[in-house]
Design a protein around this ligand. Structure first.
Ligand code: SF4
Length: 414
């Protein structure tokens, strides 16, 4: 087996008690039948036998297999097996082998592309968010020692290559990554180009397609490599006039719905501050947009390059971490990326530290970095993967050409 990862994941080490969050805080942690049974064998006859029996219970959903058991939580929402040093007491005493897959692998996200296992990172961990967003070379991909890609058997399989959709997935993904890296046009124009490319491909390149139109696909990908195409799409996007209020309304609605469902004090405190910074719950989206747009242009002139790096790294990581083949279409995958980026931008520009920084331009960039890590991490942990958010995104995207029209509203907000 060979494995590869972006450089920030090769650098990743859990910082345990120094972490501003804890991976298991506020989340439900399932355990598979086989790990549960191994754990029971390991703790038999030790003082942990009774704890394991009491604190791991059958999944109330009746699930079996991978989700057979659920780990108990303390009153503060942390895992019941977490010790005072914020380390897992089960891992410390019985080794990594007894851990549920989620605990062992997190924040690594493993995907098998043919024979190659790729390891990307979840930005739901503050340390991966820091390493991914702040280092200029974070997204350089390189081979990693096999032992760093823990439990490759849980990797999702993407490109089996048994139909045109998966057979060309790697080629399409590489084209997406190249397009995102085209620095001669702004970030929003690259996302617009990505959406247009997905629209052009969508007529014949979709899940389950039987047409293997390799030449046509290659021709479209080539067209989006062209500097002229990009320049012309950039001009089109610039000329497009769309109100920003709907974009602001969408971002605020996403966060409102998550606030109703999430109990994490860290998430709720930031959401309260962000909402207040945009004028409170009753502010009209058009007014909130005006505030956002003014901040966006002020931040652009102070730290434009730095902010660009955050969002570029987020997008590149998104493409590596979320194989587009799992969605109903390439256009839907692009839509989800743009929606996630929109929500993070809304949070970042509503972050109190960023608002304060705009009034005190001499503030060190480290303050902006810390706010960015918090914004990206909190959204990754509590919004991006939530089933309700994914359902909302699906409904918002609609189908076919309407997805592209709605994508434009989001892209114009970025
Ligand atoms: S969130 Fe990341 S750094 Fe924090 S405890 Fe978990 S793995 Fe370690």
């Amino acid at each position: 087996m060979t494995a590869s990862a972006p450089r920030y994941m090769a650098r990743f080490r859990c910082i345990a008690e120094a972490c501003e969050d804890t991976c298991c805080a506020g989340l439900t942690v399932p355990i598979s039948e086989s790990r549960w049974s191994l754990l029971r064998q390991k703790v038999a006859g030790t003082p942990d036998e009774a704890r394991v029996a009491a604190l791991i219970t059958p999944n109330p959903d009746g699930a079996t297999g991978q989700q057979a058991g659920i780990l108990g939580k303390r009153a503060d929402g942390h895992c019941a097996f977490l010790d005072e040093a914020k380390l897992c007491s089960l891992q410390r005493r019985y080794g990594e082998a007894v851990l549920p897959d989620g605990c062992s692998v997190f924040p690594r996200v493993l995907t098998r592309w043919a024979a190659q296992v790729e390891m990307a990172g979840s930005l739901a961990c503050p340390e991966t968010a820091r390493l991914c967003l702040l280092a200029e070379d974070a997204l350089v991909r390189e081979p990693v020692p096999e032992e760093q890609a823990l439990r490759p058997q849980v990797a999702r399989q993407v490109a089996a290559g048994d139909d045109a959709w998966t057979a060309h997935a790697d080629t399409v993904r590489e084209a997406m990554l190249r397009l995102l890296n085209r620095r001669e046009v702004p970030y929003a124009a690259r996302l617009y180009a990505l959406g247009r490319m997905a629209l052009d491909l969508g007529g014949f390149y979709f899940p389950g397609t039987t047409a293997d139109d390799t030449e046509r696909l290659a021709g479209i990908l080539r067209e989006y490599e062209s500097a002229d195409t990009l320049a012309s799409l950039h001009t089109q996007l610039e000329a497009l006039e769309l109100p920003g209020g709907p974009w602001a309304g969408i971002c605020a609605a996403v966060l409102r719905s998550r606030e109703a469902a999430v109990s994490s004090p860290r998430f709720l405190a930031l959401m309260n501050a962000v909402r207040a910074s945009y004028g409170g719950a009753d502010t009209h989206p058009d007014r909130a947009w005006e505030l956002h747009a003014a901040r966006r242009s002020a931040l652009e002139s102070l730290h434009g390059e730095r902010v660009h790096q955050y969002f570029l790294h987020h997008a590149l990581n998104h493409v590596l971490r979320h194989p587009f083949t799992e969605g109903p279409s390439l256009l839907n995958a692009v839509f989800l990326l743009v929606l996630r980026a929109s929500v993070v931008r809304w949070v970042l520009l509503g972050h109190p530290a960023v608002v304060a920084l705009l009034d005190a331009p001499g503030t060190p960039v480290a303050t902006l970095d810390a706010a960015a890590v918090e914004a990206f991490q909190v959204v990754a942990k509590h919004v991006e993967q939530a089933p309700t958010f994914l359902d909302f995104a699906k409904g918002l995207a609609g189908e076919g050409p309407e997805t592209f029209a709605r994508l434009l509203i989001l892209v114009k907000g970025l």
